[in-house]
Design a protein around this ligand. Structure first.
Ligand code: R5P
Length: 309
């Protein structure tokens, strides 16, 4: 992708950025980073809840970048994205890139219990059918599952990470040298990446989830953090239970200030209160999902990647 046009000696990307209804601000910011004006989509909801969408005819012949996150209300947001992709194709876009900073359904990436739907596989199949060529996501829940499933679909996946940006943010707020913690062994790469920016140690707690009830158990090991600042890094905060337990565990071991940082702020009711009650001194997220905690933007990260594609 990233073709250039020369208009009166000025080079511009032969790309059109269309923010979907779920990511108006972020889509506009991505376009601005590329020196382009975002092309608005016309959108409304019918009384029965169906979406109406109309794309700008200007997508014809262009590399269309559709920016649409998938929260809140992942089913509706996905349907809107599929409608945008199919329509961009029908209107003659040269290529279709779905930029989905928070890709929902990633947590069900394998069959934990017999008969479960492989949601991630279903989502990739739908995108393929809608004509998506490239899919850009930020901090996929399980990068290796996504890579494996990508092999079964004609959609090229690009997984970017916003962890260094979150780490920079907390570093500037007194957390330089802090201990970086992942609340789950499987997400240790997040703590590792953050630790490289913060310049402190990193580690993890061990979390397990009851597959039937969803209840979390966290094994809090001794991390020698007495008097040390610490930051919990996770990809998603939903109910806040995971992060709250991790913050609590660090506090119990004598950690000084503890911050909570996540990429995708789903924040179900009560999540913020739970994390604050556990003793967090700071909560921050990126803007992959619109939230009052979104202090770090991924617009530059996405735009830089689009330039390289
Ligand atoms: C799961 O493995 C994810 O990485 C997050 O830890 C999880 O989604 C957070 O969920 P909650 O905030 O509901 O504990």
């Amino acid at each position: 992708m990233a073709r250039f046009l020369s208009i009166q000696g000025v080079f511009k990307y032969a790309m059109i950025v269309v923010p979907g209804p779920a990511s108006k601000e972020l889509g506009e910011a991505v376009a601005a980073e590329l020196g382009l004006a975002a092309e608005p989509v016309e959108h409304r909801l019918f009384p029965d809840g169906e979406s109406y969408l109309r794309l700008p005819p200007a997508v014809k012949g262009e590399d269309a970048v559709l920016v649409q996150t998938m929260a809140p209300d992942p089913d509706r947001k996905m349907m809107q994205l599929l409608m945008m992709a199919r329509t961009a194709r029908d209107l003659g876009a040269a290529s279709v890139t779905a930029c989905v900073p928070y890709l929902a359904y990633m947590r069900q990436d394998k069959r934990f219990l017999d008969g479960e739907a492989l949601s991630l596989d279903v989502v990739l199949g739908l995108m393929e059918a809608a004509g998506v060529d490239d899919l850009i996501v930020v901090d996929a829940h399980n990068a290796s599952s996504l890579r494996k499933m990508e092999a079964d679909h004609r959609v090229k996946v690009h997984n970017l990470s916003a962890i260094p940006l979150l780490a920079e943010y907390v570093k500037e707020r007194g957390y330089g040298g802090a201990y970086s913690l992942s609340p789950d062994a499987g997400a240790i790469r997040l703590a590792e990446a953050a630790g490289r920016v913060l310049g402190g140690r990193h580690g993890y707690f061990e979390k397990s989830r009851d597959r039937k009830t969803g209840e979390i158990t966290m094994k809090v090991k001794d991390l020698d953090v007495d008097g040390v600042n610490a930051v919990v890094f996770d990809d998603i905060i939903s109910s806040g239970g995971t992060t709250a337990r991790a913050v609590e565990g660090l506090k119990r071991q004598g950690a000084a200030n503890v911050a909570a940082a996540c990429v995708h702020a789903l924040f179900m009711p009560g999540a913020e209160e739970r994390i604050n009650a556990a003793g967090a001194g700071l909560i921050v997220s990126t803007d992959t999902v619109e939230s009052s905690h979104a202090k770090v933007t991924v617009a530059g990260l996405i735009a830089d990647h689009l330039k390289k594609l």
